[in-house]
Design a protein around this ligand. Structure first.
Ligand SMILES: [Zn+2]
Length: 68
């Protein structure tokens, strides 16, 4: 079954028994469980609902100081 690759947005292959997801475009190779988690994690990042769930301080960027 064809699914959308969560990593490169190309067409990935989902095993008929839902046991794996593989993408030949970016060498993605994971179980379906991992795939679902991957999707959920991406969705969470997009919607920003679980912003403090995975708190890896990735969003901290010190910009230039505006001294008025
Ligand atoms: Zn891919």
């Amino acid at each position: 079954m064809k699914v959308k690759c969560p990593q490169c947005e190309e067409i990935a292959e989902l095993g008929d028994d839902f046991s794996y997801v593989r993408c030949s475009h970016c060498s993605l190779d994971m179980t379906y469980g991992e795939y679902v988690k991957f999707i959920a994690y991406k969705d969470a990042k997009y919607s920003d609902i679980l912003g403090d769930y995975a708190n890896d301080n990735e969003g901290i960027t010190s910009g230039t100081l505006d001294e008025w």
